[in-house]
Design a binder for this molecule. Structure first.
Ligand code: S3P
Ligand code: PEP
Length: 435
């Protein structure tokens, strides 16, 4: 196994250009492929998750031209993919797997979708149940409720001129995202009812914002019902730029807060539609100084230490992992609540986080849907070897421990899922002498 030893770092300071947002990149790729007209996409994230989406769309016959570094032109098929029979491998990319299942169920084709073993443990039943209400023909190829799946051409139920579907919202918001992106393809009026409390709500706002860029409006008041008015089609906006990734920003902002800073991230700013920019507000609650501009965020901290927090993190499930490691540098016990969905992601993140934080000397209480973290009294345990469970965020957030003690990160290459050059960028802002 490979590992990376990070030496003890006294402070963090500098500026980082962020990679493109994973959530925006994969939404835009799919919408551009379904739209009328060609879309020039700039600053797309280059990572495993987007490579899986690009590969799937290519196999589906979508014309994609790589025009420059992170720039692509996609010629949309006006709601149709040319290839009607395909095997698609989607790695561990939830933002590719879930929306593609929804879209392909309405494509009158024959498709088989699979992923890495962990993807086959991540649930998809709520989405399949919703699509079956519309008449979709989807079969589980291994364990019921989980990928891999096979989609066959189906005579979709003709529910007059309005189709109504109910989807559960309390396991993953990506099921609702998939339905929202797929249903305009029918050109009927669609009503989506959400049962259970919708989690990870800002990702739905992000979906609606991207759909709007492609000309489709969704009506909703509150988060329990969404109405897609009749006869809307995706139309290319011409050019589109991908913002920097707000979840990736969290590691650098936390470094600025722990290691005094200032650390600035460029590529995402105060008006972003990405929910994870609210990580900055959480850092502020911990005592960090936050500054923001149109296209940048900055964190610094003149105080010696941070304050503990008690926060409902349902709106920032990914960046909340960064808070868990930041809590090691706070005075007192921090509680991160309402994060049950952590158990269903790249690994069981509640279990993994508890185990690895304990290696650094923290006292951790792992609840069904919360984590309570008390940092060690006399500093972090040096030379801990942190396991990363093939979870990019485990590797990225535990790099912050090097601001308290030397630390080893096992299997650091797992960051390729969303941020392949993370450790190069991290080393640029970390300094062993006070600056
Ligand atoms: O729609 C999206 O882009 C995402 C939604 C979230 O998942 P859940 O809705 O499963 O919490 C998030 O954790 C994931 O990284 C990206
Ligand atoms: C949960 C995540 O990924 P996915 O899009 O595969 O759900 C994540 O990036 O933290």
């Amino acid at each position: 196994m490979k590992w990376l030893d990070l030496p003890f770092a006294k402070n963090a300071q500098g500026t980082v250009q962020l990679p493109g947002s994973k959530s925006i990149s994969n939404r835009i790729l799919l919408l551009a492929a379904l739209a009328e007209g060609a879309t020039e996409i700039h600053d797309l994230l280059a990572s495993d998750d987007t490579a899986r989406m690009l590969d799937a769309l290519t196999r589906l016959g979508v014309p994609i031209t790589h025009t420059g570094n992170n720039d692509y032109t996609i010629t949309g098929g006006e709601g149709v993919f040319p290839v009607k029979d395909a095997d698609l491998f989607l790695g561990n990319a939830g933002t590719a797997f879930r929306p593609l299942v929804a879209v392909l169920s309405l494509m009158h084709g024959h498709y088989r979708l699979s992923g890495v073993p962990r993807m086959h443990e991540r649930p998809i039943a709520d989405l399949v149940d919703a699509l079956r209400q519309l008449g979709a023909d989807i079969k589980y190829l291994s364990n019921p409720g989980f990928p891999p799946v096979e989609i066959k051409p189906a005579a979709l139920r003709d529910q007059t001129d309005t189709q109504t579907v109910t989807v559960k919202g309390d396991v993953s918001s990506q099921f609702l995202t998939g339905l929202l992106m797929a249903l305009p393809l029918s050109e009927k009026k669609s009503i989506i009812n959400v049962s259970g409390t919708l989690i990870s709500q800002p990702y739905i706002e992000l979906t609606l914002a991207q759909m709007q860029h492609f000309g489709v409006q969704v009506e909703h008041s509150g988060w329990q019902q969404f109405i897609i008015p009749v006869q809307q089609k995706y139309r290319s906006p011409g050019h589109i730029f991908v913002e920097g990734d707000a979840s990736s920003a969290s590691y650098f902002l936390a470094a600025g807060a722990i290691g005094h800073g200032p650390v600035r991230v460029q590529g995402v700013g105060r008006d972003s539609t990405q929910g994870d920019i609210r990580f900055a507000a959480a850092l502020e609650l911990m005592g960090a100084d936050i500054a923001m501009g149109e296209n940048w965020l900055e964190a610094s901290n003149k105080e010696k230490s941070l304050r503990a927090i008690d926060l409902d993190c349902n709106h920032i499930p990914d960046a909340a992992m960064t808070l868990a490691v930041t809590a090691l540098f706070a005075e007192g016990t921090s509680t991160l609540r309402n994060i049950a969905s952590w158990r269903l992601k790249e690994t069981d993140r509640l279990a993994a986080m508890s185990t690895e934080l304990r290696k650094l000397g923290a006292i951790v209480e792992e609840g069904a849907d919360y984590l309570r973290i008390t940092p060690p009294v006399h500093g972090l345990t040096p030379y801990a070897a942190i396991d990363t469970y093939d979870d990019h965020r485990m590797a990225m957030c535990f790099a912050l421990a090097s601001l308290g003690a030397p630390v080893r990160i096992n299997d650091p290459d797992c960051v390729a899922k969303t941020f392949p050059d993370y450790f190069e960028k991290f080393s640029q802002i970390i300094h062993s002498e006070m600056k």
